[in-house]
Design a protein around this ligand. Structure first.
Ligand code: 6GU
Length: 228
């Protein structure tokens, strides 16, 4: 799977994804992340990529031309026109099912906005999906793009070990994860739940299921109607 990220801050994307599991996935070539610097596609002197909004108002708006030219260079090189996701708080809210669908794609183009927004005309021309990562406002689309790439990548074959991918099924069943413990058996007077030391796999399984349910009831009751 290949991610093509159009951004004014390519180093933020590349640095942000080059550590831990996603960093390893890139090394292993299970995924590929390319950052395309929108500024490289401006035709204006001084490398300008934004301008004042027509109609007035605060802030600057990213111009259509460099974004369009950056997109054109990607699709020409690929010889096909992949889905284009624009990261924006005005989008549909990202969730696990969306990640699963995007993970089926061979290529994804992600557009990161900055300033007060992007000229609507280029969005009309190239964007297929408007996606937000939640109901709060960030300064740019780069962190949301990294969040989405991380989540999609862990659904791609070869990124997680088998053991870990099985683990990921739990959230897809609609429950939060059960609590985990490791050595020592006692920490500040608190003991690891006895059942986990018992070696009785059926009991452990049942305990974990109960804990997952309890935790979901307490923290995310909104998730519960989704399971029977
Ligand atoms: Cl995708 N972009 C920005 N700028 N802010 C956000 C967001 C995206 N999702 C939530 N807040």
């Amino acid at each position: 799977m290949r991610f093509h990220v159009m951004t004014l801050f390519p180093e933020m994307i590349l640095q942000g994804l080059n550590t831990s599991i996603i960093g390893k996935a890139i090394q292993k070539k299970a995924i590929e992340v390319e950052a395309i610097n929108i500024r490289d596609y401006t035709t204006e002197k001084h490398g300008q990529v934004d301008d004042y909004p027509y109609g007035g108002g605060a802030g600057m708006v990213m111009q259509a031309e460099p974004i369009y030219r950056a997109w054109e260079s990607i699709v020409t090189r690929l010889g096909k026109s992949p889905k284009v996701i624009y990261m924006t708080p005005q989008g549909s809210v990202f969730h696990q099912e969306m990640a699963k669908e995007f993970a089926q794609e061979e290529d994804l183009i992600i557009l990161c906005g900055h300033y007060e927004g992007v000229d609507e005309r280029v969005l009309d021309k190239i964007v297929t999906h408007h996606v937000s990562i939640g109901d709060y406002v960030l300064t740019g689309g780069e962190l949301p793009a990294m969040v989405m790439i991380d989540c999609i990548s862990r659904m791609v074959k070869g990124v997680l070990s088998n053991e870990k991918s099985a683990e990921s099924e739990s959230f897809q069943e609609g429950l939060l994860e059960y609590p985990q413990y490791t050595r020592p058996e006692e920490f500040m007077g608190m003991r690891v739940p006895e059942v986990l030391l018992s070696g009785h796999h059926a009991n452990i399984e049942q305990w974990r299921r109960e804990q997952a349910l309890k935790r979901t009831q307490e923290r995310r009751p909104d998730l519960l109607p989704d399971i029977e």
